[in-house]
Design a protein around this ligand. Structure first.
Ligand code: NAP
Length: 345
């Protein structure tokens, strides 16, 4: 029987599930004709997942390594059982099945664009844990299914910088589709990795007549965002405190509600801070993996908000190139990524 394009041939339990929803994947099955085998160098753990693991381990690197190894041993994939999210990886193509589509070459360095929460993974060694970038250097192997998308690592930028940007490539690409000229946009988590990309893109898409307001948690990161000149106003607030965000953000927008709120924080309980400041005709884009569907849906109902709420699909066609080009086109953004994620000491 031909192996499944979506990878169900590797689902051990529960029967009938797709790999993302599966509790356990078979990461030992020999490589199938429609798969790609990758020698993994670095895992870019999803920020919500890494934050949860780091906090559960009190920031101890050995504890974090043990927890990551245990998850992968139990699940055959790096899917955080609390957040449900994964991340993505950087590695070299080790083997390509004859039925795997595309012209990727053996030895080519690639970043996967599908979640680690559905990617069969085996870790032989954890070499280093980078607490500041959520990245983990390992020795191991991963499998990409026939429908799994990936990007070649560009030659004109540091590979870990590219990995960081590609992890959140869907966010700025979606923002470019959601924001119209003249719109007001509120970004929660504005100085984080996807936050800075979204702020820069929102400013470009909203144009001169628009307004972009960024909500930051950390004054040092806010300073880095300020230097990009992407936001008309930056406010410091805790996104877990909806009334604080509501009053400060409306004040920063001349007392008016927003057309769009982009939620790119990495902690739970920020749904209402995203919904309250948005117009009835507006939209809330929940990119954060710490978002609770129940809290957003029931919370919006509870305050009588009919705003449209969008689940932050990590994929939109062309998102990888879009985001790499956004970085290339903005010297300040590139410099910030180099300082934070690689390419600059
Ligand atoms: P990041 O770089 O860690 O940024 C998160 C930001 O949120 C940081 O600036 C952080 O500030 C801020 N923050 C934390 N707690 C806050 C609070 N209480 N109030 C206000 N701001 C707060 O994360 P990222 O890589 O950009 O990812 C952002 C989100 O997108 C995460 O939830 C991640 O899981 C999700 N994600 C989704 C997809 C998808 O496919 N939908 C793909 C990748 C990532 P501090 O640094 O000061 O804590």
């Amino acid at each position: 029987m031909k192996p499944c394009p979506f990878g169900t041939h590797r689902v051990l339990e529960p029967a009938g599930a797709l790999p993302q929803a599966a509790r356990k994947l078979d990461n030992r099955l020999p490589m199938q004709a429609n798969e790609l085998l990758i020698q993994v160098e670095t895992l870019n753990v999803d920020s919500a997942s890494f934050t949860q693991i780091r906090e559960a381990c009190g920031g101890d690197k050995e504890g974090i390594a043990d927890m990551i190894l245990q998850i992968v041993r139990e699940r055959g994939k790096l899917q955080n059982p609390v957040t449900g999210s994964g991340g993505m990886l950087l590695g070299r193509v080790q083997a390509k099945g004859p039925d795997f589509p595309g012209d990727v070459q053996i030895g080519e360095q690639i970043a996967t664009l599908v979640s680690l929460s559905l990617t069969p993974l085996r870790i032989d060694e954890i070499k280093e844990i980078h607490l500041d970038t959520d990245q983990v250097d390992i020795r191991g192997e991963a499998i990409l299914f026939e429908t799994g998308i990936y990007a070649s690592v560009p030659r004109d930028m540091d590979r870990k910088l590219a990995l960081a940007a590609l992890d959140v490539a869907g966010a700025p690409a979606q923002v470019s589709k959601l924001v119209n000229l003249g719109d007001s946009v509120l970004v929660l988590g504005a100085s984080g990795k996807s936050g800075v990309l979204c702020c820069v893109q929102a400013r470009l898409s909203a144009g001169e007549s628009g307004r972009v307001v960024g909500v930051c948690y950390d004054e040092r990161e806010a300073e880095e965002l300020r230097a990009l000149d992407a936001c008309h106003k930056i406010i410091l607030a805790d996104a877990r405190k909806p009334m604080e965000v509501y009053s400060k953000s409306l004040q920063a927008n001349h007392g008016r509600k927003f057309d769009l709120c982009v939620n790119v924080v990495n902690v739970p309980d920020t749904e209402m801070a995203s919904i309250l400041p948005v117009k009835d005709s507006g939209q809330v884009y929940f990119f954060s993996m710490a978002t609770s569907f129940a809290k957003a849906a029931l919370g919006a109902e509870g305050v009588g908000s009919p705003a449209a709420m969008l689940i932050g699909n990590g994929y939109t066609p062309g998102h990888a190139q879009f985001t790499l080009n956004l970085l290339r086109s903005h010297a300040g953004l590139m410099s910030l990524f180099e300082t934070r994620y690689g390419g600059k000491d």
